[in-house]
Design a binder for this molecule. Structure first.
Ligand SMILES: *Cc1c(COP(=O)(O)O)cnc(C)c1O
Length: 368
């Protein structure tokens, strides 16, 4: 099965498993795991931050950060399709008691003017009645907008503006290193725009789990209390950190291949009749497309695709395909071939113009 569902599908390589097996370990909760400490030092340096903290996953990095930056009743500004709003089970509301103010945008990238408008909405009533805006979140790359990248100047403008307005800034950098590789901008430059930032090692970097949150000493020291409170402290976590360190050494530059594969996939899919690619020139490793032009729904499409040995996922009414370490150029060719086959009956029907959409659908089902 070719798994294009997500870059979380990556399995640890043999070499990574060796690194994991040989890891020197200690008590992470007490700050005594040497492998974790090495990872924290490496990541803090990479991001140009004073201190860092190890977590099992990225979701907890987001809510510990929000908890540390805010007080209950505060307003957090984020893009309207941000992972923090759409994919964390309402965690920010439950753990931090914050109001989310969504900023609408096309590509997940917004401007200082959009932030100003959001602040105006929050402050529409007199001071006594309005909630306190406290934090701005940005997502680099933006997942549900198709792995789109904030260019450094775009990020600087928005974050400088937020600072002027007295807001703290946080970056959900689950795929920050994809943006680094795609733009040749350093992680440090991107991270310098924000007060707190984290990286996910379980996405394109290919580690089984692990995320590192970085910020000032003061921020991290407070975040450590919340990490403990939420059950995030670990013991011999060097076992996990060793996989993360291995990914920093071996899997960063190769993200470029994933981007090439995604670009190729998007270009070829956009030539298939009935397929509408949302990001025909993806910035990184995520491709979104719609299949409603085939006269079948996403569930049916995904089902047919699986019969051809290819798995993708659905986000709302769109299909999402994510390239990664365990998907080769050949696998991409297989996926394109499968989708062409699924779409062909529809294209034939359309070109002879004789059948209605519903009979096209029947043809598709029969040939699957
Ligand atoms: C995957 C993801 C997360 C959550 O990370 P987990 O390690 O799966 O908890 C947060 N934000 C974005 C943008 C993501 O893609």
């Amino acid at each position: 099965m070719i798994l294009l569902t997500s870059d979380t599908e990556t399995k640890p390589t043999k070499a990574m498993r060796m690194a994991i097996a040989n890891a020197v370990v200690g008590d992470e909760q007490k700050g005594e795991d040497p492998t974790v400490n090495e990872l924290l030092k490496r990541t803090a340096d990479l991001l140009g931050k004073e201190d860092a903290l190890f977590f099992a996953c990225g979701t907890i990095c987001n809510f510990v950060s929000i908890k540390t930056h805010t007080r209950p009743g505060d307003v957090v500004l984020a893009e309207h399709m941000a992972h923090i709003i759409r994919a964390e089970s309402g965690g920010a509301a439950m753990t931090s008691g914050v109001l989310m103010e969504a900023i609408a945008s096309e590509r997940g990238i917004f401007t200082a003017d959009d932030v100003q408008q959001a602040l105006d909405r929050v402050a529409i009533a007199p001071y006594l009645y309005s909630a306190n805006p406290r934090l701005l979140c940005v997502e680099q790359t933006h997942n549900f907008a198709g792995g789109s990248v904030w260019q450094l100047d775009e990020l600087q403008q928005v974050c400088n503006f937020a600072r002027q307005k007295g807001l703290a800034t946080h970056m959900d950098g689950a795929r920050l290193l994809n943006a680094v590789v795609a733009t040749q901008t350093t992680a440090k430059d991107f991270a310098s725009c924000v007060d707190s930032v984290w990286l996910d090692f379980s996405k394109g970097l290919g580690a089984p789990m692990g995320a590192v949150l970085a910020g000032t000493k003061e921020f991290i020291s407070e975040a450590r209390r919340y990490k403990h409170m939420f059950g995030g402290a670990m013991r011999q976590a060097g076992i996990i950190a060793a996989g993360c360190l291995h990914s920093l050494d071996h899997h960063v530059q190769r993200l470029q291949e994933d981007h090439k594969n995604a670009t190729y996939l998007a270009r070829r899919l956009s030539q298939i009749e009935g397929i509408k690619v949302r990001n025909t020139a993806p910035d990184t490793n995520i491709v979104f497309f719609d299949v409603s032009g085939l006269g079948i729904d996403t569930a049916m499409f995904l089902n047919l695709l699986q019969k051809h040995g290819v798995k993708m996922g659905a986000v709302g009414k769109s299909i999402r395909a994510v390239t990664h370490l365990d998907v080769s150029w050949t696998d991409i060719e297989v996926a394109i071939d499968a989708i062409s086959k699924i779409a062909r009956p529809y294209a034939n029907v359309k070109s002879n113009g004789a059948q209605s959409t519903s009979s096209a659908q029947k043809t598709i089902l029969q040939t699957a």
